[in-house]
Design a binder for this molecule. Structure first.
Ligand code: GLN
Length: 473
């Protein structure tokens, strides 16, 4: 059977259930595509040698479950790609860093445990910005992932490998992680769907921490339906993550569907052709019975600054565990301090070191109140504004990114790269769920490049995002 790798998860799942295909065939199709495309795209850092064996076991498990009348998960035998910062027991997890190049995970992340219970097949680990710090996968210690639509451009980041793998059918779906947009940004640049769940909806146990108060693992898929399927498999309260919550499946609160658009934010530098796509997707939503209104969210102006101060602060503390003693790369110097300094200098890339230094600065006595304290206050203010906004609208809509995929090297100045996160960071500051859905393409230098629409909903209202997403895509 040709091109099985081009199926969506939902389609493949039906075919598997009907006995029309096997997981081995599906996995073989993905592996063949990987062999063809990965050398130029650099989406996978490693393809697992036992992927076919996992598929064979999934097929066996299906036969056994059928014979015993056991329930079968829709993900049984589905080949997925996993971002390199999510632990799978016995496999390398490097967070695309030199410091963890040879680190082998000693346990499964909770999301991995859940996917294993469902019977998913892990194809390999995908490229990302080192420790999920960046927005283009250019901060990977293993080179950038190329954009599937134009290989002179980035796939986005930080989950660039996962998004490129799904967009090019090298996997049926993938997991990414989102600290300030890292699932939604590459989903937008690669023309796929990406969900950042409500903070706490998905356990962070076994996710290599970047910013613990922002990080969430989320699905990257070809369709909204597939994102829903993965989300419902990985969600749930977990005793290993005290910030996780049960987050009961919410019903759609308001069938009218009112969409708020923070117009003043859009005036801050969205490319005109991206804006045109955005307006036309709003028109489509109106055509489906939605109402579109302007909303004011005055504290959005502070979102980027607050996000980056908190990001640096938490990165500096979270990455202090990489000391050359406990994990990964270990270099010996003249003294214990030397050991730390040389291991960290050789192991961390320049963006990671920049954030550690700045984070230490904003947390230091004398500067804490001036920076970190204010950022936390701004986050609180934004949180309140969002809660208030969701009393009158069901969604907040913006483009996911202000522009289509960047040219590789285009934003070598770190500050200019931070600015592209203007629409994505707020959902991480406020903990709301947000989804990026393809909303068309824009032309750049003769190539059609995808762009995404971002919808944000009230806490725990992923169901509303999926429902609205399905209206469009
Ligand atoms: N671009 C943002 C940052 O650099 C978001 C990264 C992420 O979501 N992991 O922090």
């Amino acid at each position: 059977m040709a091109n099985l790798n081009q199926l969506t998860i939902t389609e493949a799942s039906k075919k598997l259930a009907a006995g029309e295909i096997t997981s081995v065939q599906l996995t073989e199709a993905c592996l063949a595509e990987i062999e063809k495309k990965n050398p130029s795209l650099n989406a996978y850092l490693e393809v697992f040698a036992d992927a076919l064996e996992q598929a064979r076991l999934a097929d066996e498990r299906r036969a056994l479950s059928l014979s015993k009348g056991l329930e079968i998960s829709p993900l049984l035998g589905i080949p997925l790609a996993i971002k390199d910062n999510i632990l799978i027991e016995g496999r390398t997890a490097s967070a695309a860093s030199k410091i963890l190049e040879n680190y082998v995970a000693t346990y499964d992340a909770t999301v991995i445990k859940k996917l294993k219970e469902a019977g998913a097949v892990f194809l390999g680990r995908t490229n990302m910005d080192e420790f999920a710090l960046g927005g283009s996968t250019e901060n990977s210690a293993y080179g950038p992932t190329k954009n599937p639509y134009d290989d002179s451009r980035v796939a986005g980041g930080t989950s660039g490998g996962s998004a490129a793998a799904v967009a090019t059918h090298m996997a049926l779906g993938a997991l990414g992680s989102d600290t300030g947009g890292s699932v939604r940004n590459p989903a937008s640049f690669c023309g796929v769907v990406g969900l950042k769940p409500t903070y706490g909806a998905v356990s962070r146990s076994g996710l290599i921490a970047a910013v613990s108060s922002f990080d969430q693992i989320g699905p990257i898929t070809k369709t909204v339906e597939d994102a829903e399927l993965i989300f419902n498999t990985i969600r749930g309260q977990d005793p290993l993550d005290s910030t996780s919550t049960e987050n009961p499946k919410s019903e759609i609160r308001n069938p009218k569907k009112k969409i708020g658009v923070p117009r003043t934010l859009l005036e801050k530098g969205v490319e005109p052709d991206v804006l045109a796509c955005f307006e036309s997707s709003l028109e489509k939503l109106k055509g489906q019975g939605c109402e579109v209104v302007d909303i004011a969210l005055p504290s959005l102006d502070y979102a980027l600054s607050a996000y980056y101060i908190i990001n640096f602060a938490e990165v500096s503390t979270n990455l202090s565990r990489f000391d050359g003693v406990r994990y990964g790369l270990s270099l010996k110097g003249e003294s214990l301090f030397d050991d730390y300094a040389s291991s960290r200098e050789a192991g961390f890339g320049s963006e990671t070191r920049r954030r550690i230094v700045l984070g230490t600065y904003v947390l230091s006595a004398g500067y804490y109140d001036a920076y970190y304290g204010k950022a936390v206050a701004a986050r609180e203010q934004l949180r309140r504004e969002y809660i208030k906004a969701f009393e009158s609208v069901d969604f907040i809509a913006t483009p996911t990114m202000p522009d289509a995929a960047l040219v590789i090297g285009e934003k070598s100045d770190p500050l200019s790269l931070y600015l592209i996160d203007i629409f994505t960071v707020t959902a991480n500051l406020t903990g709301n769920p947000a989804i990026s859905i393809p909303m068309g393409t824009v032309e750049k230098e003769g190539k059609q490049l995808p762009v995404g629409l971002q919808l944000t909903a009230a806490h725990g209202d992923e169901a509303a995002l999926f429902a609205a997403g399905k209206l469009l895509y």
